[in-house]
Structures are given as structure tokens and as C-alpha cells.
Design a protein around this ligand. Structure first.
Ligand code: SER
Length: 558
């Protein structure tokens, strides 16, 4: 089965069990302060689970784009180095909101894997929650009793709170869970060590494929558990892992989810996947990160300097640096991989096709901008590492790491990664101190002092921009603003042809003209004032007069 066929077969199976097929929610979350990105299929249903909103259907199924690069669920460090972790991945899921519970969830999971996909049941293991007396939680005997109908006793394993009590984040819906693991090792290996001894032990061939969560509680901010209004089933299956199982591959990157991308990376870089372990890691990193960045941009999250935007920028820079160091890519090249991604995933995720021009442009600009400083930064880091080693140490100075961040755009995790590759570490505490100092400096510089309005004439602004690009006008009032040790003047006009909303979007230039001079201004909105113009040092041009009603002529130029 191809990846696309597998995705379809999952949702169709649950449709046949009365589930509504719903689209994936965006991967970028804008309305939940506890999360930056969708990290699980259940995120879009959080309000339903908590009882704050009714469900459209009591049974739903989908394939959800997820990202695990921040917060409680963060796989970034592993990505590329192993064969089964990803930043972005798809999670196949089925939900019951106060409808069926453990019996059907377990029964249908079994039916889908064993009867529909024909996976050999001898290779399957299920874990059940062993209980947590400190929270008053008992072993999940009910789930265990259902598993006993399908699996021999030695394929059912108790698991602790870490593995078998799933929580969305520090707060929110949670409950005991049963994970389904699969043993993909050759028969002779299985004879030597039974699969049950390798479950949850980071063996790349004995991996979790599906998590069935029996949501029963809401974790409150004080860490107490409050029962949910109704019991909920929330399951999540790793789509890329399932594809590897179904396509008989040892690595997710060998499936048709990643191979088409890896093939183009090979063509563009002249490297062959499978020949050099270091290059293979880099090719996996680039293939994985490309998907994350492209889908984030499609969902409205551009790379930036803060919060979610910085997470995306860090991921992109991690990929650029791998491609630079190990695949010899000294110029932007990730954006050239976009067509193959759109070709492979555009049908299932139309937002990718719709946004491809923007995505390509943003990736290229980001690549170009980081590549401008990458080479100098790497040379500086090489020198710092060499000096540190020469001094008999293995921890590089946090101040140097901060300079790399501040001047060359190296995210801390990138510096740490390069250091680790060289058997070294970064003094993170010293880095944090430098970061704090800089924030302090920025805060001081950004402090704004605003003077009182000086009123020259009463009245409000009348917008003339629909009909005119130039208009005669007068200053009604003005005030002095000091920011970053510079002085600006804000002015309010009686008539204006300027579009305040357009500033920063289309790059209009505005001119304020008098008989003495032409002054370039910025147009913005201040409080209720519909339009307001300000410009540095405006007062020094006092000849154009804040005294009385002077006549100005306006021109808007594009
Ligand atoms: N919420 C669970 C998980 O993410 C199951 O969907 O693993």
C-alpha cells in the first residue's frame, strides 16, 4: 500500500464504524496559550473533551498534522539521528466523545491492524497503565481484560505513569493509555531476546505504533485531577511508522513518505542516500525539516524572532547547517525541494498547493539570510572550540555562544549540536545571563516617553484617500515622543489622503510638503485617531511651523 492508500484506509475503516471524517486542524495554534503547535490529534477537540463545546459528531476520525518541537512533547534532538522520530508527523486518530469506550477502542484497533492490514499478531504487544498510588490511580485492569481476548499474557505489559498516563501538557485533558508496539526484528533476533523485553527501550525495530488514550481527567493548574464531564477515547497512530510497517521498511525514511524527497536531495547535492552515515543523517534532517517548515508557513506561521516563529526559524537553520556542512550546499537549496513535497502531499493537504509560491519565497529568503553569516559563524565556533580544547576544557564559554547567537544568528541548540558533534558542551547558564542582559538593554532602549498633545485647532481627521492622492491640510495637534533616545513628533491632520492600514504591507511612501521642504513620514494609528503621521526630528524643521495653521500639501507615492 502507498502512504496515501494507508491514510485513506484508516479513515474509511473508522467511517464504516460510524465515525465522521474531519479535516486536520492547522498545525499552528493561535488560540490556546498552553500550546504553540498542534502536538496531538486531540488538540482540536480539547474544548469538546473538557465539556466547553458540544461535539458535532460523537465519533470522529482524521489524519492530523502534528509538530513536536517544544514543550512537553519534543523530539527535535532525535530527528535525523534515528529512523523513526520526526518534527512534523501525521497522526491517525479516532475519537469517541461520551460514546464508546475501552472495549470498542481496543477491539477496533485490533480489527484494523490484524484483520484489515493483516499485520502478524505475533509481533504485537500492548501496554497497560500499572497505576499510580500517589495520585490515587489504580492499575487499568479493564483495558488489560480486553487485551487478554486478543493477546497472550506475555504480550501484555504493565507501564508506568511516564509511558501509560497520557497528558496533553502541564494542564488539560489526560488519562491512562494503552500503547500498541510492534516487533519488526528478524526471527533469529526474536528467539534470542523476546520482544517484551525491548518495549519502550529505544530499540528502532521494536516501536510504538498506536496509543489508545482513555481520557477521564482534566489536570488542573494546581496539579490535581478533576474527572471529565464524559469519558473520551482519543487514539493516535504514527502514520509514518505505520507506512514503514506496511511497506516492509526498517526506517520511516525508506517509505514513500520520504524517499521522493530524499531522491531529489540526492540529485541536487550529488550525494547518495545509504553510502555515508553522516550524509544520511543530513538528508533525513533536511527531508524532515522541509515538511515542518513548509506546512508551518502554509498554516500561517512564518519564521521569526520570537515564540512560534523562532521555533520554525531554528528548525530551518538546523537543516541549512546540516546541508551546508555534510551535503556541501553553500547556497539556498531547500526551497528547490518544495515541488516534490507538493507533488506527494498536495492532494491530501490542499493548503500546500495553494501556498506554494509564498512558501518557496519565504524558505529561500530565510536560507539566503542565514547562509550570509553561517560560514563566518562556523569559523568562529571552530576557533572557539579549538581554543577551549587547547586550554584542556570541553565546555565553551556562554559569552561566545551568545555572540554566535546575536551576531551570526546561531540558535543555541545549533551551537550545542555542533559542539556535541565535537565532543564538547556549551555553558548554558552563562549564555542565559548574556541573553538576560541583552533583554534588559532592549527594554531600556524601547522605553517610550510620550508628551502631552499640543492642540492647534479643534477637529478630527477626515480621510480623503478614496478620491485623492494629494490634499491640502492643516495640523490639528502634535506631541513629542522619545523612543530609543530618538525624538519623533506625532501629528494629527484635518484632512488626509494617507492609508494608515497600508503601512508595512505594500511599502507606500508618504510625503508631507510645505513651501519650505518635503518630509517623508510614516503613517500609523494612535488610539482612536484615524490617521497620524510622525517623523524623527520633525520639530527641528520648525520653519514648517507648529504655530498656527500652516498649509501643507500631501502626496502619496508608491
Ligand atoms: N493523544 C494521544 C497521543 O498523542 C493519542 O492520540 O499519543
Amino acid at each position: 500500500m502507498t502512504a496515501n492508500e494507508i491514510r485513506d484506509s484508516f479513515v474509511k475503516f473508522f467511517e464504516s464504524k460510524g465515525h465522521l471524517i474531519v479535516p486536520s486542524a492547522p498545525m499552528v495554534i493561535k488560540d490556546d496559550p498552553t500550546l504553540m503547535f498542534t502536538n496531538a490529534g486531540m488538540n482540536q477537540f480539547k474544548d469538546i473533551i473538557l465539556g466547553n463545546r458540544p461535539a458535532t459528531s460523537k465519533r470522529c476520525t482524521d489524519s492530523q498534522k502534528c509538530l513536536r518541537v517544544s514543550g512537553k512533547h519534543n523530539d527535535l534532538e532525535e530527528v535525523g539521528h534515528d529512523t523513526y522520530h520526526h518534527t512534523m508527523f501525521e497522526m491517525l486518530g479516532n475519537w469517541s466523545f461520551g460514546d464508546y469506550f475501552k472495549k470498542e477502542a481496543i477491539g477496533w484497533a485490533w480489527e484494523y491492524l490484524v484483520d484489515v492490514l493483516k499485520i502478524n499478531k505475533e509481533n504485537l504487544y500492548a501496554t497497560v497503565f500499572e497505576g499510580a498510588p500517589e495520585e490515587g490511580l489504580e492499575r487499568d485492569n479493564e483495558a488489560a481484560s480486553y487485551w487478554e481476548q486478543y493477546l497472550p499474557a506475555d504480550h501484555i505489559i504493565n507501564g508506568n505513569k511516564h509511558d501509560n498516563f497520557w497528558e496533553m501538557g502541564a494542564t488539560g485533558p489526560c488519562g491512562p493509555c494503552s500503547e500498541i508496539h510492534i516487533d519488526l526484528r528478524p526471527e533469529e533476533e526474536k528467539k534470542k531476546v523476546p520482544g517484551r523485553d525491548l518495549v519502550n527501550k529505544d530499540n528502532p525495530l521494536v516501536i510504538e505504533i498506536w496509543n489508545l488514550v482513555f481520557m477521564q481527567y482534566n489536570r488542573k493548574a494546581d496539579q490535581s485531577l478533576e474527572p471529565l464531564p464524559a469519558k473520551v477515547i482519543d487514539t493516535g497512530m504514527g502514520f509514518e511508522r505505520l507506512c514503514a510497517v506496511m511497506q516492509g521498511k526498517r526506517s520511516n525514511y525508506d517509505t514513500d513518505v520520504f524517499q521522493p524527497i530524499i531522491k531529489v536531495i540526492g540529485e541536487l547535492s550529488g550525494c547518495r542516500y545509504g553510502e555515508d552515515p553522516k550524509k544520511d543523517v543530513a538528508m533525513r534532517v533536511v527531508a524532515d525539516h522541509l515538511r515542518t517548515i513548509a506546512f508551518s508557513i502554509a498554516d500561517g506561521q512564518l519564521p521569526g524572532n520570537a515564540k512560534a516563529g523562532y521555533v520554525i526559524r531554528r528548525i530551518l537553520r538546523r537543516a541549512v547547517r546540516y546541508a551546508y556542512t555534510f551535503l556541501g550546499q553553500k547556497e539556498a537549496f531547500m526551497y528547490k525541494l518544495l515541488p516534490v513535497l507538493v507533488q506527494e502531499m498536495g492532494k491530501s493537504y490542499p493548503e500546500l498547493e495553494a501556498q506554494k509560491v509564498l512558501i518557496s519565497k519565504v524558505i529561500k529568503e530565510e536560507e539566503d539570510s542565514f547562509l550570509r553569516t553561517l560560514d563566518t559563524g562556523i569559523r568562529m565556533l571552530d576557533r572557539v572550540m579549538a581554543e577551549t580544547k587547547a586550554a584542556g576544557k570541553h565546555v565553551i564559554d556562554g559569552v561566545e555562544a551568545f555572540t554566535l547567537f546575536d551576531t551570526y544568528g546561531f540558535p543555541l541548540d545549533l551551537t550545542e549540536l555542533i559542539c556535541r558533534e565535537n565532543g564538547m558542551e556549551v555553558d548554558e547558564k552563562a549564555f542565559d545571563v548574556e541573553m538576560q542582559k541583552q533583554k534588559e538593554r532592549a527594554r531600556n532602549a524601547a522605553a517610550v516617553e510620550t508628551g502631552d498633545w499640543v492642540v492647534l485647532a479643534e477637529g478630527e481627521t477626515e480621510f480623503k484617500g478614496w478620491d485623492y492622492t494629494e490634499y491640502e491640510c492643516h495640523i490639528l495637534r502634535y506631541r513629542k515622543v522619545t523612543q530609543k533616545k530618538q525624538t519623533f513628533y506625532q501629528i494629527v491632520l484635518d484632512y488626509t489622503p494617507f492609508y494608515a492600514e497600508m503601512v508595512g504591507q505594500v511599502g507606500y511612501r508618504f510625503l508631507l510638503c510645505s513651501e519650505f521642504e518635503n518630509i517623508e513620514i510614516l503613517v500609523t494609528k494612535t488610539g482612536k485617531q484615524p490617521a497620524c503621521a510622525y517623523r524623527q526630528d520633525f520639530a527641528s524643521t520648525s520653519r514648517c511651523g507648529f504655530h498656527g495653521l500652516c498649509r501643507h500639501r500631501f502626496a502619496r507615492r508608491q
